[in-house]
Design a protein around this ligand. Structure first.
Ligand SMILES: Nc1ncnc2c1ncn2[C@@H]1O[C@H](COP(=O)(O)OP(=O)(O)OP(=O)(O)O)[C@@H](O)[C@H]1O
Ligand SMILES: [Mg+2]
Length: 296
């Protein structure tokens, strides 16, 4: 059974056209998929639909999203079991994932909220076992020694790692991350991507991560899905993406691109992470401007 199954999903914003246009996508359990596309292509909208945070068009075309075999939304309506299904999904955004005034440990233990009675969570009554679980999750992301620190005092990358720990406590089977590294420096970004790859392999958690910088999808995601104007225009091995395709995909925005071959720049530092994709991509960064000049 697939981790994520999307059929014919569309989403129209009045006056702005279709943010998603007949999307079909299947993600198997344990996959790590990079979601790329120019600004406005629909990455965030797609992630929010998979998470059941918003619903697609009720256009009678039966657009459906299933997660772990359970329907989370269908034909513009949340499914009756959507709340429960959501507890199987961890969502990480670009920033503001943690409550700043709470400690890292409290933020992490909040991941159990899908499972404990709400009043207990609201009162901050967590069991010893739950706190232990949170400490173990923090250890997985290399943050155990910062457990008592207020979240607001952590760096952006540390906060993202805390958010990943919380998803582990939640026992999320699927992690949806919407540009989790967009506001991070390259070193912190690599660390966060390595941790995503680590939990993907170690715990078999399915990861879908949208990335503004395409070189990270080459380095960490075996499969890439590319969106343009709300449609999937590429779905396949990351290593098969070509500079000319990417230049076309990003159009006027392609000047910001760092293309394949950039593995040396943004790829993993540790050997452990380097086998995420089997083999490292050789070469040095190729700025799109240079590619465009060379190919006319
Ligand atoms: N709440 C909304 N109301 C109206 N239009 C919206 C809304 N959310 C998204 N859109 C539109 O839907 C399209 C897709 O937006 P989306 O945020 O999904 O793109 P994105 O690929 O995540 O872009 P970025 O890389 O800038 O984050 C855009 O044209 C956007 O303007
Ligand atoms: Mg976005």
């Amino acid at each position: 059974m697939a981790a994520i199954e999307i059929r014919n999903l569309s989403r129209t914003f009045p006056g702005r056209g279709k943010a998603l246009d007949g999307v079909d996508l299947t993600v198997g359990r344990g996959e790590m998929v990079g979601l790329i596309g120019a600004s406005g292509s629909g990455k965030s909208t797609l992630i929010r639909h998979i998470a059941g945070l918003v619903t697609g068009d009720a256009d009678g075309r039966g657009g459906v999203v299933r997660v772990g075999g359970e329907t989370i939304q269908e034909n513009g309506h949340l499914a009756p079991g959507a709340r429960r299904t959501r507890t199987r999904i961890g969502v990480i955004f670009q920033q503001f994932n943690l409550v700043g005034r709470l400690s890292l440990l409290t933020n992490t233990v909040l991941g159990v909220l899908g499972r404990v009675p709400h009043w207990r969570g609201a009162l901050g009554l967590f069991s010893r076992d739950e706190k232990l679980l949170a400490m173990q999750a923090l250890a997985q992301v290399g943050m155990a020694d910062m457990a008592t620190q207020r979240a607001s005092t952590l760096s952006g990358g540390q906060q993202q790692r805390g958010a990943i720990a919380r998803a582990l406590v939640q026992e999320a089977e699927i992690l949806l991350a919407d540009e989790p590294i967009a506001s991070l420096d390259p070193k912190s970004a690599r660390r966060v991507m390595e941790i995503l790859a680590h939990i993907n392999r170690r715990f078999g958690i399915t990861v879908v991560v949208s990335l503004h910088q395409v070189d990270y999808t080459f380095a960490y995601c075996p499969r890439t899905v590319a969106l343009r104007d709300g449609r999937i225009v590429y779905d396949g091995p990351s290593r098969a993406l070509t500079p000319s395709f990417l230049t076309e995909l990003y159009g006027a925005q392609s000047e910001e691109l760092i293309l394949p071959g950039a593995y040396g720049q943004h790829g993993p530092e540790s050997e452990d992470a380097a086998d995420t994709q089997g083999a490292a991509l050789p070469g040095t960064p190729v700025p799109v401007a240079a590619v465009t000049a060379a190919t006319g």
